[in-house]
Write a protein that binds this ligand. Structure first.
Ligand SMILES: C[S@@+](CC[C@H](N)C(=O)[O-])C[C@H]1O[C@@H](n2cnc3c(N)ncnc32)[C@H](O)[C@@H]1O
Length: 192
């Protein structure tokens, strides 16, 4: 409950970057991790972990020897996540700096990226910069997974984002709808 209140408080303070009033559900977390192939990955990066809805599932499913970085730009959420999951390497930074973060950590390429970023709340130029960082640093056979709310498919911003990822990645697949999430959502699985 404490983390849910903190999430809502940070949304009210920063609606344009937090982008949701509540964390994602365990069902959506499981679908994200399944689509990303987390158990097979040697290097895993999470974009925008917030209070750790996906992070907990990643920790459970990742191989013990895998490298895992969670990049969160909100200082309060990064602090809470680090306290809640001390074994996770939380980078308090923006995904815009992904290349520099990986270089500092001695990581060449990433096998899977799981994004919790609120794409529809971002201006187009920021979407482009963030997607460019993801593409540049993803291994050739790697997976980039991200979720979208079902109702977003009816909105111009959601449809524009769908076109954008189809333009950037060679293979894009949509998961079945995860009804046990508020609002219902689905996962895009993308490969370069
Ligand atoms: C919609 S919340 C999702 C949180 C969590 N993944 C979930 O699904 O419950 C989006 C998160 O992305 C973070 N965020 C937004 N822009 C970011 C950026 N450029 N770099 C890193 N994190 C960012 C926000 O602070 C917030 O924690």
């Amino acid at each position: 409950m404490k983390t849910k209140i903190a999430f809502l408080r940070e949304f009210l303070r920063n609606p344009g970057t937090v982008g949701a009033v509540a964390p994602s559900s365990p069902s959506l977390a499981r679908e994200m991790v399944r689509q990303a192939g987390v158990p097979q990955a040697r290097t895993i990066v999470e974009f925008g972990p917030g209070t750790g809805a996906f992070t907990r599932e990643i920790v459970e499913q990742a191989a013990p020897e895998a490298r895992f970085l969670a990049i969160e730009r909100n200082p309060a959420l990064a602090r809470i996540l680090q306290q809640e999951l001390p074994s996770v390497q939380v980078c308090h930074d923006s995904v815009e700096n992904l290349g520099a973060i990986l270089h500092r950590e001695g990581i060449d390429q990433v096998d899977c990226i799981l994004s919790g970023l609120p794409w529809a709340a971002f201006p187009e130029q920021l979407q482009d910069r963030l997607l460019e960082e993801a593409c540049k640093n993803l291994a050739p056979q790697g997976f980039f997974v991200t979720f979208a709310y079902l109702q977003g498919l009816l909105l111009p911003a959601g449809r524009r984002f769908a076109r954008k990822i189809r333009g950037r990645f060679t293979h894009v697949e949509k998961s079945p709808v995860v009804w046990r999430n508020l609002p219902p959502a689905f996962v895009y699985r993308c490969q370069r």
